[in-house]
Design a protein around this ligand. Sequence first.
Ligand SMILES: Nc1ncnc2c1ncn2[C@@H]1O[C@H](COP(=O)(O)OP(=O)(O)OP(=O)(O)O)[C@@H](O)[C@H]1O
Length: 305
Amino acid sequence: METLTKTNAVSLSGLKKTFSTPRSKVEAVKGIDLQIQTGQIVAFLGPNGAGKTTTVDMILGLTQPTEGSAQILGLDPRQAVLAGRVSAVLQTGGLLRDMTVKETVSVIAHMHEQADRIGEVMERTGLDKIAKRRVGKCSGGEQQRIKFALALLPDPDVLILDEPTAGMDVMARRDFWAAMRVEATEGRTVIFATHYLEEAQNFAERTVLMNHGLIVADGATEDLRKLISGRAVSASFPSAEHAERAAASSDSVQVAERNGLRFAFRSSDSDSFAAALLTEYQGYDLEISSPSLEDAFIQLTKDPS
Ligand SMILES: Nc1ncnc2c1ncn2[C@@H]1O[C@H](COP(=O)(O)OP(=O)(O)OP(=O)(O)O)[C@@H](O)[C@H]1O
């Protein structure tokens, strides 16, 4: 059973942020309530402009909320940052191009009085292999890894990452998440903002979907996917009539797509529907798949019109 007294890693309550320019007001975050328990891995998923970065900035105390509040481990965000309980890999924030990778990590380690962690952190992030390279010569992905290493130095309880794999190719992204998984298994809370549906799907146990400054869905990544649209069942038929009769056979079935005599259905009871297709409606070449998070995302974030 869960302990009720456990402090949340992140607690957001009625969080709002409005940017006022002389001409207009942008309501970047319109009222967010969110509790994240310690040890969770949570994705903030949303399109450009959804309010992810603004939310992350408020969690880190880099931006003050217009209304509401944010707490990290029961502390004011700035206190938590100063105490080294939370750290971040952000999109902004430069590195010094003329320093080597090792020098960069060492300078920050000495600032945090964590010189004893330099070796371990370099190794964990794979930077030991490029220790002597100048930062300016590092690729975008390698620079992201340097930022990740710097974030690990204070040995934080909570790691916040805003689009951490931007600029990485597929291999680099895979390595990055493998390293991150190690951090998470050691009990760190990991919160990351991403555009990549696949990253939320593969890595986060919980996904918070944001759009237009609001949370539009929040749940276990797997449940969210299941909840939204059942399963996709595709099959070919001897005639369109067979497929149409199959589709009309149950309220839990809809035709999602048609390509000649190949039909894709959406069904909330895919096993019985698949069985019926094969035995009663002469369906063949059957395929059953879970909808991708992308399907879920499109469905949940489409504007009502
Ligand atoms: N300093 C600012 N002044 C005015 N508007 C801002 C400011 N910062 C953000 N915004 C606006 O607030 C909205 C939310 O932006 P935010 O960067 O939080 O979204 P995001 O989900 O992180 O997007 P992305 O994935 O592109 O980084 C956008 O419409 C953006 O233009």
